[in-house]
Design a protein around this ligand. Sequence first.
Ligand code: SAM
Length: 220
Amino acid sequence: MRIEIPRAQAYIESLASGEALSKRKSRTFAEELGLGNICLSPAEGHLLAFLVRMHECLKFVEIGTLTGLSAQYIIEGMGGKGELWTLEKTDLHAKKAMEAIAEHPSGKNIHVIVGDARFTLESLQVSGPFDGVFIDGNKAAYGDYLMWAEKNVRPGGLIVADNVFLSGAVWGSIEGQSKNFSEKQVAVMQNFNKRLSDPTLYDSVILPTKEGMFFAVKMF
Ligand SMILES: C[S@@+](CC[C@H](N)C(=O)[O-])C[C@H]1O[C@@H](n2cnc3c(N)ncnc32)[C@H](O)[C@@H]1O
């Protein structure tokens, strides 16, 4: 179940500027794969880029590339100067992402790393510490991704995560119950959200986008 705030959402998206060719390519590829609805919306992409820019990030990691749309927003947030490592498990998604990213003016600064993030994150450690991470991969592994981020994102760095409502399953109410997620998956996301909400560790807030987006600054 998604939270429906259609009029506000439609209005916000109508004001978000259009996407350039390489981004449209990523979006079209995702749609062709039947996965258009799991890409960031233009307004969410702008928000992510905006925060990356405000934080003056230059070294960033993304978990869950899909077809490379959010990666392009992140690299734009870094003003084309920074480096992004984006991790994708599915060969076809990574191939499509590389194709679209090759057409972005800063595409050479985006490194698509193919494989399960559980393993590829380990090998990335040598390139850290990082200024931030965008978590948008396997929802059941969000706890593991956060553990990695706590070790490899610098103090003051940014942690952003999408889908933190787990389609409403995290609310724990009857209304929010979802058959699509196991109790374990729900518990992982609830613990993830609790940890990022700890004010002794993070300065953070969840924005009520359709799927819930967490923005956190790591204080330690
Ligand atoms: C929600 S999509 C990412 C959307 C993308 N960030 C965007 O907004 O354009 C999630 C992606 O994570 C990938 N994924 C899932 N589990 C993964 C894992 N264990 N390691 C790396 N990628 C994974 C999926 O194949 C999928 O392409």
